[in-house]
Each structure stands twice: as structure tokens, then as C-alpha cells.
Ligand binder design. Structure first.
Ligand code: GRF
Length: 214
């Protein structure tokens, strides 16, 4: 059984998609053992509590400096002895020490098709603002392993979403979440939980997988 710790910062819709997928059997051989937020107001914490999952807040505001926060944030994550750490709407810049603690065992959902519209400053709504500003017709979402860079780790799954005339950043964000994020994040977790994902030469290989089927 894959033990999953989910790191959140906001509404928790990606966390909810994971929990629903486990309940419906779309994800097998996995359990969420803890949810950690840096933001005490994150509704994701409520979603975890409703599901009977330990929900903890470690806020930088409660620490004298960034290093002390990062140590506590890592320590809380490790307390759950997770096999996989999932960044689901997580806005914390994960320190190198934490990335190194989970080599190819930490994944993130980015609301664009990496390597487009990613890297420093590209998070949340800003991503969709830049997509609309550039006028691309296709965007989407990416699930990738986390490495020492920003949105630079090996790509696991991606799903495209069309931009429509009249889209605002909010409308586009919602469509990308509904049509892409909430599908590829559970799918990636299920593949990992069932031993079908491996990484070699910085590239992901998924055993017997047909891309584009979800
Ligand atoms: C989503 O667009 C996600 O891609 C981004 O944060 C937004 C909110 O995610 N990282 P959630 O609803 O908190 O899962």
C-alpha cells in the first residue's frame, strides 16, 4: 500500500480529486496518510478532516526564520513515513534538502504544458494570465517529479486543454483543473502506486501505457 503525504496551500481541489479517485477505485494500492498546509486558512485542510485524514498546518509565520520553518515542514512530512509526497496546489518553494529526501518520490501538478509557462513566478492564476497574454490556443497541465529546479523534473503525464475566445484567467484555470489536473494527477498516482512508473536518464517510462487515453 503506497503511503501518500499531500502538501497543499489552497482550495484543495486536486487533493479532493485524489481522495475521490481512491474512494471510487480509480486509484488502487494507495492511501493518503497526511495532509500538510503552510496556510492555516487552506480549505484543503477541511477536505482532509472531513475524510478523517490527519491535517496539519506548519506556517512560516510561526518560525523565527525560513530555515526553521523548512526544517519543521520537512520533519512533519517525514513523520508520516510517506512513500510518495504529492504537491497539490502547493505554493511552498520546496528546499533542496527536502527534494533530496524524496528522490523521484515527490510529484507536482503544474497548470501548463511544461516547458511552456513554467519556472519562477509561474504559479496559480499567473500561469493562465500569461497564457492569455501570449495568445496560445492550447494549454493544459503537467504532472512531473520534483527535482532541485523549478518545474524541471521528469514529466510523467500531460493533458492538453483548448483556450476559448472570451476566456478570463479564472475561466481558463477552472477548465484546466476540470479537464486536465483532476484527471492526470490521480492517474499518475495510480500508475506509481502499481509500480508502472520508472525514471531513467531523466525520462519517465510507464509500462504498457497508452498516452492520451484519459
Ligand atoms: C491549481 O490551478 C493548481 O494547478 C495550482 O494551484 C491551483 C489550486 O489548486 N498549483 P488546488 O485547488 O488547491 O488543488
Amino acid at each position: 500500500m503506497l503511503r501518500i503525504a499531500v502538501l497543499v496551500s489552497g482550495g484543495g481541489t486536486n487533493l479532493q480529486a485524489i481522495l475521490d479517485a481512491i474512494d471510487s477505485g480509480k486509484i488502487t494500492n494507495a492511501e493518503v496518510v497526511g495532509v500538510l498546509s503552510n496556510n492555516p486558512k487552506a480549505y484543503a485542510l477541511e477536505r482532509a478532516k472531513k475524510h478523517g485524514i490527519e491535517a496539519v498546518c506548519v506556517s512560516p509565520k510561526n518560525f523565527a526564520d525560513r530555515a526553521a520553518f523548512e526544517d519543521a515542514y520537512l520533519a512533519q512530512t517525514q513523520k508520516w513515513h510517506p512513500d510518495l509526497v504529492v504537491l497539490a496546489g502547493c505554493m511552498v518553494v520546496i528546499p533542496e534538502k527536502m527534494v533530496k529526501a524524496f528522490p523521484n518520490r515527490m510529484i507536482n501538478i503544474h497548470p501548463a504544458l511544461i516547458p511552456s509557462f513554467c519556472g519562477r513566478g509561474y504559479y496559480g492564476l499567473h500561469v493562465h494570465e500569461k497564457v492569455l497574454e501570449r495568445g496560445v490556443r492550447v494549454t493544459g497541465a503537467t504532472v512531473h517529479f520534483v527535482d532541485a529546479g523549478t518545474d524541471t523534473g521528469p514529466i510523467i503525464l500531460q493533458k492538453a486543454v483548448y483556450v476559448q475566445d472570451g476566456d478570463t484567467p479564472e475561466i481558463l484555470q477552472r477548465r484546466v483543473m476540470e479537464q486536465a489536473e483532476w484527471k492526470i494527477m490521480p492517474e499518475a498516482i495510480n500508475l506509481i502506486a502499481n509500480g508502472r512508473v520508472n525514471v531513467s536518464d531523466g525520462k519517465v517510462h510507464i509500462k504498457d501505457y497508452v498516452y492520451g487515453k484519459i
